[in-house]
Design a protein around this ligand. Structure first.
Ligand code: OOG
Ligand code: NI
Length: 454
């Protein structure tokens, strides 16, 4: 809460998320169906067992929870996106290199999101944000790169007024009500699908390299390409959407659904093609169609420790048939949340159990032991980030052509430090954020139970 009549960044984020959701519902009608069905599923899960349903976040948070995805062309544009999201209390977290995916895409990505517990609880809105690697020779030759960059340098995704208001909001922690309205309106409009005609030949040339390159560099603006609600039972949602005649991609991405939920499970469906005005080689504008947006839904589970994540990554890399994957999963991850925590696989908050009877066996200075003996509970820390393999699967399943990454060499240098540089903001490591929570809670337990550091 900010005094002095300002609309604070938390409120700005909630308003922006709601405004973007309203916009997207008008643009992509199937999104409305998805939100409706997700709401039905969540209501059923809540009715069955409200405590279990809310182990990974209060129902108010889950109901409002969305992530969007956008794609931009250059480091300059990325820096501007960072400024707009900073006004909303959203920080860049994580580095994802989709160029190295099984179906390579010429982008690297981060996710803008709140990081503090109370900010996440108030509104966890996040945006998966990708930036084109136009200098990556495996995708673009020098001539195409030069023409691409020329166009990207000339376009303006965000108006000077929007960027000024964003900087002011970041600095002051909010905006006065009039500016807040203007900011939310301009920010939302910046991610709407543009009515400007698309240069058909240029778009097609980029599309031969990658549908994502065309979606980014073939048009004069950016747009939200999906907006994802959170659901408490993704298998139930999948079945219901199919029942409503919406064809989902053939799988749910991420870990299997059995046992205590970890990380992130996602599925998506292709949006219908949308009418777009195209400008032909003769300069004439005609009605065309592009299919650039889609629907996605996700279920979130507990974050993993580095040890747990290593197991998850090994499981993902091993592949195999569905039954093989499930059998391997059961060998790697115990079924119960407490067993996963005791094995050091999940990121949890350790909480002292206040009413634990004090018997003669006092608390032992070991967290797994304290858990087994009933001195502490392990509360799951929600996974707030994304998964590179799932993200790549989502990209790939929603493109017409997969494009190509032909040369073996010519990768341009991209890493978390590059992203931080381009943004002029520190990109945070997800693992550090989760570890800090566990560490702080262990210190509280040690203090409460009068134990040495745990
Ligand atoms: C982003 C795809 C990644 C997710 O949920 O993993 C993503 C994109 O298509 O731009 O949103
Ligand atoms: Ni997504």
């Amino acid at each position: 809460g900010v005094g002095s009549g300002l609309v604070g960044t938390t409120e700005l984020r909630a308003r922006f998320a709601a405004a973007l959701s309203a916009l997207y519902a008008t643009e992509v009608p199937a999104y409305g169906t998805l939100v409706e069905v997700a709401g039905e599923v969540n209501a059923d899960v809540m009715a069955a067992d409200p405590d279990a349903a809310q182990r990974l976040g209060a129902i108010e948070r889950v109901t409002a929870e969305r992530h969007g995805a956008i794609r931009v062309g250059t480091a300059r544009e990325l820096g501007q996106v960072g400024q707009v999201f900073a006004a909303l209390g959203m920080h860049p977290v994580g580095f994802y290199d989709l160029r190295e995916a099984a179906a390579p895409v010429p982008v690297v990505s981060t996710a803008f999101r709140p990081v503090d517990d109370d900010e996440l609880a108030a509104n966890p809105f996040r945006v998966f944000t990708s930036v084109l690697a136009g200098d990556d020779r495996r995708f673009f030759d020098a001539d195409l790169q030069a023409r691409l960059e020329g166009r990207l340098e000339r376009r303006e995704l965000f108006s000077p007024l929007l960027l000024t208001l964003a900087a002011r909001a970041e600095e002051a922690g909010g905006l006065d009500p009039e500016d807040a309205d203007a900011f939310v309106r301009l920010a939302t409009a910046a991610f709407a699908l543009s009515p400007e005609p698309v240069d058909a030949a240029w778009y097609a040339e980029l599309e031969r390299v990658s549908g994502v390159a065309a979606d980014i560099g073939g048009v004069g603006s950016t747009h939200v390409n999906h907006l994802t609600p959170r659901v408490l039972d993704i298998d139930a949602l999948y079945a219901r959407m199919t029942g409503r005649g919406i064809t989902m991609i053939d799988a749910i991405q991420g870990p299997p659904g059995e046992g205590a939920p970890v990380l992130l499970r996602q599925t998506s469906f292709r949006a219908l093609s949308e009418p777009r005005r195209m400008r032909g080689a003769d300069g004439q504008v005609h009605e065309g169609a592009l299919r650039v947006r889609f629907g996605e839904v996700e279920a979130r589970g507990c974050a993993l420790t580095p040890a747990g994540r290593a197991r998850y990554d090994a499981w993902t890399a091993a592949g195999g048939t569905a039954p093989e994957r499930e059998a391997r999963w059961r060998r790697l991850f115990p079924d119960g949340a407490d067993e996963q925590a005791a094995a050091g696989l999940t990121s949890v908050r350790w909480v002292p159990v206040p009413d634990r009877p004090r018997d003669d066996r006092g608390p032992q200075p070991d967290l797994a032991r304290l858990l087994a003996d009933g001195w502490v509970r392990a509360e799951p820390v929600v996974y707030e980030d994304f998964l590179p393999a799932s993200a790549a699967g989502i990209f790939a399943s929603n493109l017409d052509g997969t494009g190509e990454r032909d040369a073996a060499e010519g990768a341009s240098h991209r890493d978390l430090a590059w992203l931080s540089d381009a943004l002029g903001r520190e990109v945070l490591e997800p693992a550090d954020l989760y570890a800090a929570r566990t560490r702080a809670s262990a210190e509280e337990v040690a203090a409460a139970l009068d134990l040495p550091p745990l």
